[in-house]
Write a protein that binds this ligand. Structure first.
Ligand SMILES: *Cc1c(COP(=O)(O)O)cnc(C)c1O
Length: 342
């Protein structure tokens, strides 16, 4: 099976396996796992933040960030289809005890004027607005990268209002690849960022959360509280160090090239349409223009050809490209699509 449902399916490559095999282990809860310490230092260094922690998942990374930035009863501002709101099991409300103030932003980010209007005045009736969360790239809108100018204007607004900004940067390096920007430039002025190691970067497990020393000190306590103190993490963290290496990050551009190849090829077919202006990273969303078929039917045909993709609407299909997908796989998919209506 060629799996294009998600990029979490990536497996460690030979270099990661070797690094894991050779890893010296220690108890990470006591700060004694050399690879976890090194991974956390590397993550802080790459992001230009003062400190970082390793966590078992992106969901825990975001939740720990909410806990460390806010108090119960506070309100956070985020895009209405943000992963934190739609795909993290309500942890923001249930565990962090915050209210969510959702704003629609079709570019994957709200407009800064909308954010400004959503900030609560200092009044005893209102919850305190204590965090702004941005998701870069935006997952539910097909891995799109919001305009950098909009990120900058929200960050500067937040500074003026003394409200911290957290980035859900599960795939931040895909955004950096698309923009041709160093991560430090893209996240300049933000207070914290969560980055997944287990998606396009290929590590088997884990995420990192980066921020100031005092923020990470708080985050460490919440990580432990939530059960994220994992003892001998060295095997996983050794993979994470390879995941964050410069050469490994560069490989994301191959995923993007393949996504574009698939998108352009599908868009050439009479019965299909892809908005090529929205193919920014490793996601391709294709609409079938033929009213007599459905995404479900097409997905069945793909499955019978050992290709997996996701339904994203009545006649809409989503592909996510990762390093497990080859150029030949893309050609096979295009060939199958070209024959669908023969
Ligand atoms: C995958 C993802 C997460 C959560 O990561 P998990 O490791 O799956 O918990 C958070 N935000 C975004 C945008 C994601 O795509």
């Amino acid at each position: 099976m060629i799996d294009l449902r998600r990029d979490t399916i990536t497996l460690p490559d030979a270099q990661m396996k070797e690094a894991a095999f050779d890893a010296v282990l220690g108890d990470s809860v006591y700060g004694e796992d050399p690879n976890q310490v090194a991974l956390e230092e590397l993550a802080a260094d790459i992001t230009g933040m003062d400190s970082a922690i390793y966590l078992p998942s992106g969901t825990m990374g975001n939740l720990v960030a909410l806990l460390a930035h806010t108090n119960q009863g506070d309100e956070i501002i985020l895009e209405m289809n943000a992963h934190i709101r739609t795909s993290e099991t309500g942890g923001a409300g249930c565990v962090a005890g915050v209210m969510m103030h959702p704003i629609h932003g079709s570019d994957g980010i709200p407009h800064s004027s909308q954010v400004k209007a959503a900030i609560r005045p200092d009044d005893v009736h209102y919850p305190r607005t204590s965090l702004i969360c941005l998701e870069i790239p935006h997952y539910r809108y097909g891995g799109i990268v919001p305009p950098v100018s909009q990120v900058e204007s929200i960050v500067s607004l937040a500074k003026n209002e003394s409200i911290p900004v957290h980035i859900d940067g599960a795939r931040i390096f895909n955004a950096c690849t698309y923009l041709g920007l160093d991560i430090k430039q893209l996240i300049d002025g933000v207070d914290s960022i969560m980055i997944s190691l287990s998606k396009g970067l290929g590590a088997p497990v884990g995420s990192v959360l980066c921020g100031s020393v005092s923020f990470i000190d708080k985050a460490k306590r919440y990580r432990k509280m939530l059960g994220g103190g994992m003892r001998q993490t060295g095997w996983l963290c050794a993979c994470g160090i390879v995941a964050l290496s410069h050469d490994n990050i560069l490989k994301l551009s191959i995923d993007h090239e393949l996504a574009r190849k698939l998108a352009v090829g599908l868009n050439k077919l009479r019965e299909f349409s892809v908005d090529l202006t929205l193919v920014h990273t490793n996601f391709v969303i294709v609409d079938c223009l033929e009213p007599n078929t459905t995404a479900v039917k097409i997905l069945e045909i793909l499955r019978s050809n050992e290709i997996l993709a996701t339904q994203a609407g009545e006649r809409r299909i989503r592909f996510v490209i990762s390093r497990e997908v080859s150029s030949e796989n893309i050609e096979d998919i295009l060939f199958i699509f070209s024959r669908l209506f023969e």
